[in-house]
Ligand binder design. Structure first.
Ligand SMILES: [Zn+2]
Length: 209
């Protein structure tokens, strides 16, 4: 995302449009709907996973689900700045952490127009000036839709799908994605990063489904 695009996104947040929650003429989300978003300081240890911690900032409720659908499937990329404002409330990371987004495949990128995790990671770095954005992971291919598989199958159907393109040896990493459900993608990314020498991995997502 370049600067002029960023400015465009910020402008569209200021000037009136229609609320994505209820449709009234207002900002991207009217005050009534904003109030329905619940900020939480979600935290879980990465027990049984390759990452060390998982953190999130919003409750996975009805209004959140509505917004995330607009963000991911209806090309509403300006929501990244909106969500970035909530993400920035998560703090207390290890010093000199680098920020890596969960990658999507080229095929999905063509369908969607952008990688939602990358936009969130960029906003996260914009709001946290000490953190460095590093787009180090590459998604080689997609596996069958996660939601169509049984949980037991989901956990190991990702092998070989993620590659690393950068040096993470000895580094503390903040791994960004939109929503954590089974954590299988976050886990596979973390496995690749740990095998490449990453020291500590903290996954940061908007919500925990
Ligand atoms: Zn509304």
């Amino acid at each position: 995302m370049n600067w002029s695009r960023f400015v465009h996104i910020v402008e569209s947040l200021i000037f009136p449009e229609f609320c994505l929650g209820c449709g009234v003429k207002d900002k991207i989300l009217c005050m009534k709907c904003v109030a329905k978003l619940e900020f939480i300081n979600g935290y879980e240890k990465g027990k049984g996973f390759y990452f060390d911690d998982l953190r999130w900032c919003l409750k996975y409720n009805a209004i959140f689900k509505k917004l995330i659908i607009h963000f991911k499937y209806k090309r509403c990329e300006k929501l990244s700045v909106f969500f970035g404002n909530y993400l920035k409330e998560i703090y207390g990371f290890k010093k000199n952490s680098i920020v890596i987004p969960v990658p999507i495949s080229r095929k999905r990128l063509c369908e969607r127009g952008f990688n939602q995790a990358k936009l969130l990671a960029l906003c996260f770095c914009t709001f946290n000036s000490g953190l460095k954005f590093c787009d180090y992971l590459v998604r080689k291919f997609d596996r069958p839709k996660q939601s169509l598989l049984r949980r037991s199958l989901r956990l190991n159907n990702l092998e070989g799908s993620i590659e690393i393109n950068g040096n993470v040896n000895g580094k503390n990493i903040i791994l960004i994605d939109d929503v954590a459900t089974t954590c299988s993608t976050l886990n596979e990314c973390s496995r690749i990063l740990k095998e490449a020498g990453a020291k500590n991995i903290c996954c940061v997502v908007l919500a925990r489904a």
